[in-house]
Design a protein around this ligand. Sequence first.
Ligand code: ZN
Length: 177
Amino acid sequence: MKFCSECGEKVGLKVPEGDHLPRFVCGDCDTIHYQNPKVVAGAVLEYEGKILMCKRAIEPRYGFWTVPAGFMENKETVMQAAARETYEEALAVPEKIELYGVYNLAHVNQVYIMFQGKLAKPEFGPGPESLDVKLVEEQDMPWEDMAFKVVTMTLQRYFTDRKHGDFRAFTDDVVVK
Ligand SMILES: [Zn+2]
């Protein structure tokens, strides 16, 4: 960050009084610009045993596969965000989704909140952010071409949990060296 979004003057890094971390502070109006993790909401959606997968038409990871997921917007709930992303990326509507996994991606200052559930109908297609959208069987998963480690981790856990019929919510850390 270089300039203050309140007044347009230069900002500098300093630890505000009573704080313990350096923040961008405006040299003119003294506004403290806090930066916090971003939330990504996504969903593993099943239809007749197959999982809804999207091939990305945008960077990063253009051409790689993911479940529908994206950054939350202001004024929406995480569940609404997961459903909205499903529609934007896959033109599909989740029927019933439940909280599944919360992943800390501390290295990129993100938190992924994953849901799991069913697709209402086998109706889907590529939205503007996808090159292709498919229902994929477990044995056909493109493990070598996954967009992000968090997607791989979520799907691996999903298939294990599905065998046991137990989708209890969990939290995990994604560590990238
Ligand atoms: Zn300012």
